[in-house]
Ligand binder design. Structure first.
Ligand code: ADP
Ligand code: ZN
Ligand code: ZN
Length: 729
């Protein structure tokens, strides 16, 4: 008997081991974890299959079996294998990506096993009105009657402590049983009833079949009630006894989002999976999902790999968001994989966004997805009014036009809130010497250092290199240093000074180390006090602040002239999302967009006709240029301290591929070319771009290429295949 194991090493194969000594072969099941010796290390592997024999001689035995029962079910194993094949990734790394850290390190699942309180037959026979003279006991009885057994931690979180439980047990109405872990309890919130659906929302919900595979794109204006649609669709699955999976962008899983879901589903178990959790909490959330205990699973990208035995629907919020694509290691797209998973599980998947990606829009317009729309804002909210403020040849104050500052002042004076969007952290993006022209560069990247004045250092936003802030030029010792341009810190100083009577709240990655910090920062804004919000794209998403009536976009021109063909798409999404923060309540919203190119046709189209028309125009351009989503595209990436080697490796890769499949109108090669960020962390980076009319052909070529590359690798060179690459950087 031989174990075929997935081991977290960068090799595209399984590894054969003998079962651990003393293990009864009848207890072997795929999906269990094993401890194995690997070289000099001790690693955690997952059993993929049990084989009769092995082509390899002298197999070592695994050290121990960690799980008495599998933690990956058959569907999730199949799914992970599919993803490994599609992304040309080592299967061991996929299992590692699927597991939370504590389980990846081999901690047994029963470490988190819990006690569950369950009603006896006698208890189940009681009416809800029983035990009227003991209020707490009655509450406990009612809870167990309405939502089944409860874990000890969940009861404690509800204030039903062990003496209440004991009272029920002594009456022979309930008893403790051992069971799997429950998800970590969320903060207690008041249940909130659902609003009456409007006709558009009802139509959307009725259009998504309750069972069977279906894919839908929900293209709905900001504030149109998409979240409400997700909640109703989740509810339908939950009432059928199924699990619902909601994927959100990395910065979208805020306490506010969780509260909104918890308030709607007080009787269901919610597992939140995100990077802010401690290792143990994350393992609990994951295990509660994988064992089927959790009803609702809400998470960021990697949650797509969580086994969900009762899965009934998948919802992707802000499906256009870049964080659904992993940019290193296994370069998977959770959004794209959600379609594969839905198909495997034979369930519906809904992708929602106010600004759909061109990929999803293409699938909707070509009929592969059902195309659903919400064209109007929900409740009383009206769409915001947008105007462009030309800033070329204008007297600006720290980057702001005078009329913009006047508008901010008037908004605050009326007791409303204003939001200023600046897509740049730190104090200033460049520090130079006015005497000799010295520029603060990162020694390891082809990038400038950003001045962070609060922390008194210069920092590279690509490799995190830091140096102390300097006050004289390191080259000529002149003290005429000049910080060029403004980031959020500098604007904060300026705005605080200009609007002394109102709080200025800066929201960026430096002020919000934790999700809780963001929640706390936004508290005055949620309370409706007049205030000025200032921040990066962290402010663009997910927040519902009804008192924000003015949104200022300080610089709209970022995406207009980039070398990345996706830059205009991302710019359009960001502007529309930020603008969508205005006027979400009863008050009308205004958006002021500062631009040096107010006549630029793309900007005009976006601001006058909205993202929908803008995206369709971009689609036509992609068609002419034969780029995604009209073509499948992959990058072969290589990076090395020695640029020649990376370039040579890719040139050889291109020769190898062209010998298999010469270039043709259906298959094009470009490169090797330097990445947009040519040097990062001391390594020079290049890529080879392959676009193909048929995804299948591209897949076949990449599979062969990855075999070739494993054999032709220079040890000092890193290479990767980036299927459906999103970034050329
Ligand atoms: P989106 O996710 O599309 O940005 P939300 O679902 O957050 O929009 O809805 C925006 C606001 O409108 C929220 O305050 C929400 O409670 C409210 N809302 C949603 N649907 C309705 C409805 N049918 N009637 C009244 N208010 C609604
Ligand atoms: Zn100088
Ligand atoms: Zn750097």
């Amino acid at each position: 008997m031989v174990l075929r194991l997935a081991i977290p090493v960068p090799l595209r194969r399984l590894f054969d081991y003998l079962p651990p000594a003393g293990l009864n072969p009848a207890n072997l099941q795929p999906g269990q974890r094993f401890q194995v010796p690997f070289g000099k290390r001790d690693l955690v592997a997952v059993l993929v299959e049990v084989a009769g024999d092995s082509p390899h001689a002298e197999l070592k035995p695994a050290t121990a079996c960690i799980d008495p029962t599998p933690i990956f079910d058959a569907r999730s194993r199949h799914f992970l294998q599919w993803a490994a094949d599609y992304y040309q990734a080592p299967i061991g790394e996929l299992y590692a990506a699927a597991l939370p850290v504590a389980l990846r390190r081999g901690k047994p699942a029963d470490h988190w096993a819990e006690q569950w309180l369950e009603l006896t037959t006698e208890g189940k026979g009681l009416p809800e009105t029983a035990l009227a003279r003991a209020k707490k006991q009655q509450a406990l009885l009612q809870l167990l009657l309405s939502s089944g057994r409860q874990s000890r931690t969940a009861l404690n979180a509800r204030g039903l402590n062990s003496s209440v439980c004991k009272a029920l047990i002594e009456r022979n109405l309930a008893h403790w049983v051992a069971g799997p872990t429950a998800p970590p309890p969320l903060e207690e919130v008041e249940p909130r009833p659902a609003p009456e659906l409007n006709d558009e929302q009802r139509h959307v919900i009725d259009s998504v079949p309750a069972t069977g595979f279906s894919a839908s794109l929900l293209e709905g204006t900001t504030g149109s009630g998409k979240t409400e649609v997700y909640l109703r669709l989740m509810e339908r699955a939950l009432r059928d006894g199924k699990q619902a999976l909601l994927l959100v962008p990395e910065i979208g899983l805020t306490p506010q989002t969780l509260r909104r879901i918890a308030a709607r589903f007080p009787d269901f178990r919610i597992a939140a999976l995100h990077s802010g959790l401690a290792d143990g909490e994350r393992a609990r959330a994951w295990l509660s999902a994988a064992s089927g205990v959790a009803d609702i699973v809400i998470g960021t990208r990697s949650a797509i790999f969580t086994p969900l035995p009762r899965l009934g629907i998948i919802l992707i919020d802000e499906e256009h968001d870049g964080s659904f694509k992993q940019q290193d290691g296994v370069r998977y797209s959770a959004r794209d994989l959600s379609l594969v998973l839905a198909k495997n599980a034979d369930i519906p998947v809904l992708l929602g966004s106010a600004t759909p990606s061109l990929e999803s829009l293409h699938n909707a317009l070509s009929g592969r997805y059902q195309h659903l729309r919400l064209r109007h804002r929900a409740g009383n909210a009206k769409p915001p009014q947008i105007s462009v403020v030309p800033i070329l040849h204008q007297q600006l104050q720290e980057g702001f036009a005078p009329q913009v500052l006047r508008h901010i002042g008037e908004t605050l004076a009326r007791g409303e809130q204003a939001l200023v969007f600046i897509n740049r952290r730190g104090y200033s993006p460049a520090l130079t010497c006015d005497d000799c022209g010295w520029l603060a560069d990162c020694p390891h990247c082809s990038a400038k250092l950003t001045l962070h004045r609060r922390q008194r250092h210069l920092r590279c936003h690509h490799c995190d290199y830091r140096m102390r802030e300097v006050h004289s030029c390191p080259q000529c010792h002149s003290r005429n240093l000049n910080a060029l341009g403004a980031g959020t810190e500098r604007s904060e100083d300026f705005l605080t000074h200009s609007f002394r009577d109102f709080p200025v709240i800066r929201v960026d990655r430096d002020t919000t180390a934790s999700k809780q910090a963001l929640d706390k920062l936004l508290e005055p804004a949620r309370n409706g006090e007049p205030c000025l919000l200032l921040g990066t794209q962290m402010l663009a998403k997910g927040h519902h602040l009804p008192k924000v009536t003015l949104v200022v976009i300080q610089d709209a021109d970022g995406g207009l002239f980039s070398a990345d063909f996706r830059a205009p798409e991302r710019m359009g999404q960001l502007l529309e999302q930020v603008a969508g923060r205005a006027g979400r309540g009863d008050l009308l919203g205004h958006v002021l967009v500062q631009s040096r190119y107010p006549e630029h046709p793309l900007l005009q189209l976006l601001l006058n006709k909205g993202y929908g028309a803008f995206a369709r125009q971009l689609m036509d351009e992609r068609k002419i240029a034969q780029l995604p989503p009209l073509r499948a595209m992959a990058l072969v990436r290589a990076e090395c301290e020695e640029p020649r080697w990376a370039e040579e490796f890719l040139a050889n890769a291109r020769d190898y591929l062209q010998a298999l499949a010469p270039p043709s109108p259906e298959l094009q090669y470009l490169g090797p070319v330097p990445a947009l960020l040519e040097r990062k962390s001391g390594r020079f980076r290049f890529y080879l771009q392959i676009t193909a009319e048929k995804r299948g052909l591209l897949q076949k070529l990449l599979a062969q290429l990855s075999q070739w590359a494993e054999g032709n690798r220079n040890r000092r060179l890193r290479w990767a295949i980036d299927m459906d690459a999103q970034e050329l950087s």
